[in-house]
Structure formats: structure tokens, C-alpha cells
Ligand binder design. Structure first.
Ligand code: F6R
Length: 608
């Protein structure tokens, strides 16, 4: 959570910082600030709310200088306010710090600092870092930062400046992302790649417990004890800035919904060769794959729903029992793991703290961990035994869309691989399922070609205050994802239930006119779903059904039908998801919501 940018070079730092923060705003937008060293000393400007407030303040009173640090905040310690906004300074106003992460022992540090006369002005954990640096500083900023961070428990990505060193900044990290874009005569420190792409594609990935000393023409990386790191990890970024911009769509979310055919196609590319499912990332001999006796899936939010979908599929196709746990629970659940357990960590960002903690727990218990992620070089890729990448491209909208369907595509491949290794499905069936799966990009394209009905349907429910989402089988996690999308971007209360469970309680919630979205695509429980629809309609609900093309019968049971092309029941999760994403999108737009940056949310949740 929170976005950091630091710049040193010949340009006006404020331009680079504000441009970079705009690309990181998905990480949090409770407040924003910059600190710049110029001729008049160290200036700090901070504003509550979105970046636009800071941009306005800097436009009104420019802050000249060619070195600076900036921050966009997702509040953890201390409410969103100007005092709690970053950058934070020490007592002397000569040190400035931006931070992403959580300092767990900050209460103890605050007390210690206050007892030795430091004046802390905010409620944040971050401010303690500025004062610690002040207390250790004797002219050597790197040494002071190093001493300070040795006192910290928790996670941090930091950028630090000191007025005594107007040509350099110090960056460090532990368990929070930080990269350095290496330019020509300029360098840009940032939480994520989009913030540096305007200046360079050469990126240095700072690792845990490393400190970088960054000036305009050099970056020196050392350990906390001052030993030079010989060959810091470098990455050449292939995708360009345009890929991370809106490309003519009104919002990133809509653009990303429309990018799903490509994301799925890219994720499936090269996964079948001469009848064999290709998944070398597992890095396991065929007999080892065949021995997998249990799969644990850990993930959060939308990624958790992808995990739930894959439970049905892996169990059906490969006949391996699958447990799906939200990562924050897995870690404390004393999971039953043995040598034959495969743990799959699903995380689009690769930086979700709960999932990373789950990965560590699983590996400590001896499990083999495979990550499914969208971000090359992200934290999870370093902490897992193998990585399956979804090739969805950068996702900027806070609500996950294209990365969700790409995750499902990757999980279908994993399920087929397990089924093939275990001999659980005949070869013809595997090849048939693969060819159906390969049609998925075109199926999604067909849905996206005709969205007028969805727009109208969305406009109709703009005034709803509560809704239910129902499904059976694979339709349950699809309904859960539909409900999550609606609540997070439109702020309409939405709950998802297995359709058969309605009558055991939630049916009491139904009032006249309440919208109920039902996943009613063709499958072995279709008739039961129709009965459940009748139960809710009898109580006054307005039913919006996701149904299969050619199902004319459904017109008798629902007010609105969102048709999707026919496919195998086990593959229906992807097509059924698309209308639910668009429905939420159009309802949220009609309500005037900011779909790309919903309130209280952040794109990557790097705190537990
Ligand atoms: C919802 C959403 C979140 C994320 C969750 C996990 O639209 O985006 O629920 O799915 O925070 O994030 P990752 O997949 O990055 O671990």
C-alpha cells in the first residue's frame, strides 16, 4: 500500500514526482505529498485527498529543485490528514522520509524518541523513522539510515533525503516493493514500474535488507552492514507506458474488461504441444506431479474467487482434493501439509502481504509453492518454488477484471496438467477441453461485441441499495466475484450465496424490487437454479439472469437476461463473469462513482 517516488537528476523534481505519483495512485489516495531540496532548503508540501489537491497546491506555489521524494498514501496508522501525510520530517526539518509498509514496534520507538526529547507531530509509524535517522546522523546519511532501519520491526520501502546531501537520496526496503529506474544522468526510485517508464526501461530491483545510495549519475547498492552488492538485480521492461494508459476508453476498468480476450489468449499461449500440457514452471518430474495428493490454494479477494473456481475444476478433472483458504486465515490455521501437498498462491500483484505470509508459512512446513501472478519480478516470484505468469499486462483499475479471467485461464491449464499427469482424464477428453478452452478469447469477444443490453440493465438498478448474487456449483464463486465487483465500485450492498442456501435464511432479506443476479448458465443444476429463481421472484425480487444463448425458457423466469455463448459447463466461469463485471461497471458509472479508484481501496495491499 502507498506509492513512493524519488527523483534525482537535471529535471524539476516536482514534475517527475507528480507524474510518477499519478501512475501509483492506484496504491492509495488518502493524501499525497512531496519534499524537494532547492535553493531555499527543504520544502515539504502535503495535501489530504487525491493527488489533484497536491497538484493544485504545487501549481499555485511551485517548489523548485532537482531532487525530491513523493508519496501517495493509503492510511494505516493515523487517519487521512495533512499531519499524517508523507513526507515526514525530523525535529530539525533537515531529514525527509517517505515510507510504504508498517512499522510494528512504532509505539515503543515513539516512546523512546519522545523520552529523549524528539517532537513527534503525526500519528504515523513513519515519522519515527525520520527521528531515528536524526538521532543516528553524524554526517553519514547511509550509516544513519542503516542504523535506523536495524531498529525497525515490520515492513518498509523508504526513500530518504537530508539537506546536508542535496545531490543524493537513500532508498531501502524490506517486505515492501521498491525499484530504481536507471536513466541517463537521472534516476527514479519508485514502488512500481509505471512510475519510471517515462524515463527509462532499465530497472534495478532492490532486494530486502539492501540500501541504495542514489545520485543523478550513480546508484550504489550495499547491505545493511555496508558491503557492496556486486551485481544488483536488473530488469529490462518490455511493455511501454502506453500499455499502462487508457487507450481511448473512459476508464482503465473498461479498457481492462475489453482487454480480456488478449489476456486470456496470451496466458494460454504455448500451453499445449503435441498433446502434452506444458507447464515447466512446476519444475517437477512427471512422477512427482502424479504424486501430488492435495492442493492448497491461498489468495485474497478476487484472486480467492479464482481459487474457488479452480477447486471445482481440479477436483473434477484431476480428482485431487483441493482446499481454498483466504491467505490471512491460512497462515494461522495450522494447515495440514505434507510432502505431497502443492500450495498454489494466487496474487495478481505478487505483493499482497497476507498471501506472502501464507507462502512463507507453507514453505516453512515443507510444501512446494507455486505462485500465479501477473507482475514480473514481484515479491511472490522470489519467495515461491515456481511461478506461472498470467500475461494480462499491467492492471491499473483497482478492481481486478482481466487479471481474474487470466488467473482462471492459468488455473485451467494447471488442472489439465494435473489431470494428465495423474491419468485422471482420457487423452481425448484433455484435448477436447483444451480446444474448448482455446475458444475462450473468441467467446469473450462475442460477449463484448454486444453490451447495449448491459448498459440499459445497469441504468435501471442505479437506485438499488442492496442486492443478492446466486449460483450453484462453479456459479457460486462467479456470483461471489460479481457481488464483490458491485460492492467495491458502486457501494451497493451485495451478498453472494449458493442458490440452494437462500431458503435457509437469506430469503428473509428479499423486498419488493430487490435486484437478484443469478448465474443460470446451462449445466447439471440448471433446473434447480430455475426453481431457486422462482422462490425469489415469488417474494418480489427482480431477477437478472446470466444465461446461455439459445435458452428461451429463461425469459419466463427473469426480468433481464444477459446471454453468453454456450461452452462446456466446467469452462463457463469465464463467460459468466464478463456480464457481471460490465453490469457492476455500468451501475457504478450511472451512480457517478470513480470506478478506477473506489473509496478506501488500494490496488496492492502490502499490509497484513
Ligand atoms: C478486487 C480486488 C482485490 C484483490 C485482492 C488480492 O477487485 O482487486 O480483492 O483481488 O486485494 O490482490 P492480489 O491478487 O494482488 O493478491
Amino acid at each position: 500500500m502507498c506509492g513512493i517516488v524519488g527523483y534525482v537528476g537535471p529535471r524539476q523534481a516536482s514534475d517527475v514526482l507528480i507524474g510518477g505519483l499519478a501512475r501509483l495512485e492506484y496504491r492509495g489516495y488518502d493524501s499525497a505529498g512531496v519534499a524537494i531540496i532547492g535553493e531555499n532548503g527543504l520544502d515539504i508540501v502535503r495535501r489530504v485527498g487525491k493527488l489533484v489537491n497536491l497538484t493544485g497546491a504545487v501549481a499555485e506555489t511551485p517548489v523548485p529543485g532537482t531532487i525530491g521524494i513523493g508519496h501517495t498514501r493509503w492510511a494505516t496508522h493515523g487517519r487521512p490528514s495533512e499531519e499524517n501525510a508523507h513526507p515526514h520530517a525530523d525535529c530539525t526539518g533537515r531529514v525527509a522520509v517517505v515510507h510504504n509498509g508498517i512499522i510494528e514496534n512504532y509505539v515503543e520507538l515513539r516512546e523512546e524518541l519522545a523520552a529523549t526529547g524528539h517532537m513527534l507531530r503525526s500519528e504515523t509509524d513513519t515519522e519515527t523513522i525520520a527521528h531515528l535517522i536524526e538521532s543516528y546522523y553524524d554526517g553519514d546519511l547511509v550509516a544513519a539510515v542503516s542504523s535506523a532501519i536495524k531498529r525497525l520491526d515490520g515492513s518498509y520501502a523508504l526513500a530518504v533525503m537530508h539537506l546536508d546531501h542535496p545531490g543524493m537520496m537513500v532508498a531501502a526496503r524490506k517486505d515492501s516493493p521498491l525499484i530504481i529506474g536507471i536513466g541517463e544522468g537521472e534516476n527514479v526510485v519508485a514502488s512500481d514500474i509505471p512510475a519510471v517508464l517515462e524515463y527509462t526501461r532499465e530497472v534495478l530491483i532492490l532486494n530486502d535488507d539492501q540500501i541504495a545510495t542514489v545520485s543523478g549519475d550513480a546508484v550504489r547498492v550495499t547491505t545493511l552492514d555496508g558491503h557492496e552488492v556486486g551485481a544488483p538485480e536488473m530488469l529490462h521492461v518490455e511493455w511501454d507506458l502506453e500499455a499502462a494508459e487508457k487507450g481511448g476508453f473512459e476508464d482503465f476498468m473498461l479498457k481492462e474488461i475489453f482487454e480480456q480476450p488478449k489476456a486470456i489468449r496470451e496466458t494460454l499461449r504455448g500451453r499445449m504441444c503435441e498433446g502434452e500440457i506444458q507447464l515447466s514452471e512446476l519444475d517437477m518430474a512427471p512422477e512427482q506431479v502424479a504424486r501430488i495428493g492435495r492442493v492448497y490454494i491461498i489468495a485474497c479477494g478476487t484472486s480467492f474467487h479464482a481459487g474457488m473456481i479452480s477447486k471445482t475444476i481440479i477436483e473434477q478433472w484431476a480428482r485431487v482434493p483441493v482446499e481454498v483458504e483466504v491467505s490471512s486465515e491460512f497462515r494461522y490455521s495450522d494447515p495440514i501439509i505434507d510432502d505431497d501437498t502443492l500450495v498454489v498462491a494466487i496474487t495478481q500483484s505478487g505483493e499482497t502481504a497476507d498471501t506472502l505470509a501464507g507462502v512463507r508459512e507453507a514453505r516453512d512446513r515443507g510444501a512446494k509453492v507455486i505462485a500465479i501472478t501477473n507482475v514480473v519480478g514481484s515479491r511472490v516470484t522470489r519467495e515461491s518454488d515456481g511461478v506461472i505468469y498470467t500475461h494480462a499486462g499491467p492492471e491499473i483499475g483497482v478492481a481486478a477484471t482481466k487479471t481474474f479471467t487470466a488467473q482462471i485461464a492459468a488455473l485451467y491449464v494447471l488442472a489439465l496438467k494435473l489431470a494428465q499427469a495423474k491419468g485422471a482424464l482420457p487423452q481425448e477428453r484433455i484435448e477436447h477441453l483444451w480446444s474448448e478452452l482455446s475458444r475462450m478469447p473468441e467467446i469473450v469477444e462475442t460477449i463484448l461485441e454486444d453490451i447495449d443490453g448491459l448498459k440499459e440493465c445497469g441504468a435501471r438498478y442505479v437506485g438499488a441499495s442492496s442486492s443478492l448474487f446466486l449460483g450453484r456449483g462453479i456459479g457460486v464463486p462467479v456470483a461471489m466475484e460479481g457481488a464483490l465487483k458491485l460492492k467495491e465500485i458502486s457501494y451497493i450492498h451485495a451478498e453472494a450465496y449458493p442458490a440452494g442456501e437462500m431458503k435457509h435464511g437469506p430469503i428473509a432479506l428479499i423486498t419488493e424490487g430487490m435486484p437478484i443476479v443469478v448465474v443460470a448458465t446451462q449445466g447439471h443444476t440448471y433446473e434447480k437454479v430455475v426453481s431457486n429463481i422462482q422462490e425469489v421472484r415469488a417474494r418480489g425480487a427482480q431477477v437478472i439472469a446470466v444465461a446461455t444463448h439459445g435458452d428461451d425458457e429463461i425469459h419466463r423466469h427473469a426480468e433481464h437476461i444477459l446471454y453468453v455463448p454456450a461452452t462446456a459447463e466446467s469452462l463457463s466461469a469465464i463467460p459468466a463473469t464478463i456480464p457481471l463485471q460490465l453490469l457492476s461497471y455500468y451501475i457504478a458509472k450511472a451512480r457517478g462513482c470513480n470506478v478506477d479508484q473506489p473509496r478506501n481501496l488500494a490496488k496492492s495491499v502490502t499490509v497484513e
